[in-house]
Design a protein around this ligand. Structure first.
Ligand code: SF4
Ligand code: MG
Length: 321
């Protein structure tokens, strides 16, 4: 359903009095993966790793620098806005901050109706009926239609954002940290709502998060991203049971253990995420990796299959597949 190949997105950094380009931010730097119809890929990494940029480039909110995005067999990468329009109906996004992404001067009814208007779906009465159905689908009362986003809690606002995103009956839903700003108890309600919708609508989902614990609840496959690149990808069970990449191992060890008496095996990552303007040579994780070897500083590891489609980019495993 979705195939991303060698996708690159750089942002220019300008400087000096003439605002000339002086460097590039390597936000997404050669990413490839695919998601089957009805499946969910969880995309995980620390903030600044490029995962939001990747989501927005796939949704054609940003132009790709190079590489390709194929959706349902069609290469959308370099489509004009006009060519893209029928696909916008089929690909929708949910954002981290539902408050920022909802127009505060519009009523909730108008917000949810907007994609129906844009895509010419139904006449006035049919659209308002649809808004009513969407409100109940996401668990909000009908009276919500006449109220405004600021009158709702964070979790309710995310429900409004979801109602708007599913209004045009999309096939691909890109969720950019949809629960990161919410309390833990509300997070699970929103995740459950998304799981129900996936089942009812057969949605294909790209679920972006910085938290592996959240992704676990919803994903069939998980991809781990570090500084613009995917460093490991496999099915959701395997990534939690046998993570291979030292970065994934550190992320997994950071998931809180429910038993307070259990010994914590938390791996503390030293240092900050390096700048994506001048990413480290060789393996981009080498400045923070406790297994770093000489080769890691000089040579970029290949993203290779270690068996059963468990992909990893790390010199520790080279020649072992
Ligand atoms: Fe660590 Fe080297 Fe593997 Fe990179 S390639 S994760 S630095 S061991
Ligand atoms: Mg982000």
């Amino acid at each position: 359903m979705l195939t991303v190949k060698d996708l690159v997105k750089y942002f220019p950094v300008t400087g000096g009095v003439f605002k000339r380009k002086v460097a590039d931010v390597h936000a997404v730097d050669g990413v490839s993966f695919s998601v089957g119809r009805g499946e969910t890929l969880g995309l995980v990494g620390e903030s600044g790793c490029g995962k939001s940029t990747l989501g927005r480039t796939i949704a054609a909110l940003y132009d790709a620098t190079s590489g390709s995005v194929r959706f349902d067999g069609t290469d959308l990468t370099y489509f004009s806005e006009k060519e893209m329009k029928p696909y916008r109906r089929r690909i929708q996004m949910i954002f981290q901050d539902p408050f920022e992404s909802l127009n505060s001067r519009h009523s909730v009814g108008e917000i949810i109706e907007e994609p129906l208007v844009i895509h010419g779906i139904g006449d006035g009465p049919a659209r308002r009926k649809r808004v009513g159905e969407l409100l109940s689908t996401v668990g909000l009362p009908q009276t919500a239609a006449n109220r405004f986003p600021h009158e709702f809690s964070g979790g309710q606002r995310q429900r409004i954002g979801i109602a708007r995103a599913i209004a045009s009956s999309p096939e691909l839903l890109i969720c950019d940290e949809p629960v990161s700003a919410l309390d833990v108890s509300i997070q699970s309600q929103i995740i459950n709502l998304l799981l129900d919708l996936q089942e009812e609508m057969g949605l294909t989902t790209l679920f972006i998060a910085h938290d592996l614990a959240v992704v676990r609840l919803i994903s069939d496959h998980v991809a781990v991203m570090y500084l613009g690149k995917i460093v490991e990808q496999t099915d959701a069970d395997t990534i939690y049971k046998t993570p291979l990449h030292p970065y994934t191992q550190a992320l997994i060890s950071a998931i809180p253990v429910p038993d307070p008496g259990a010994v914590s095996n938390r791996i503390i990552l030293e240092g900050d995420v390096p700048s994506p303007i001048h990413p480290p040579s060789g393996c981009r994780f080498h400045t923070r990796c406790s297994h770093v070897m000489e080769i890691c500083r000089a040579t970029e590891p290949e993203f290779a299959d270690q068996g059963d489609g468990h992909m990893v980019a790390c010199h520790l495993y080279e020649g072992k597949s």
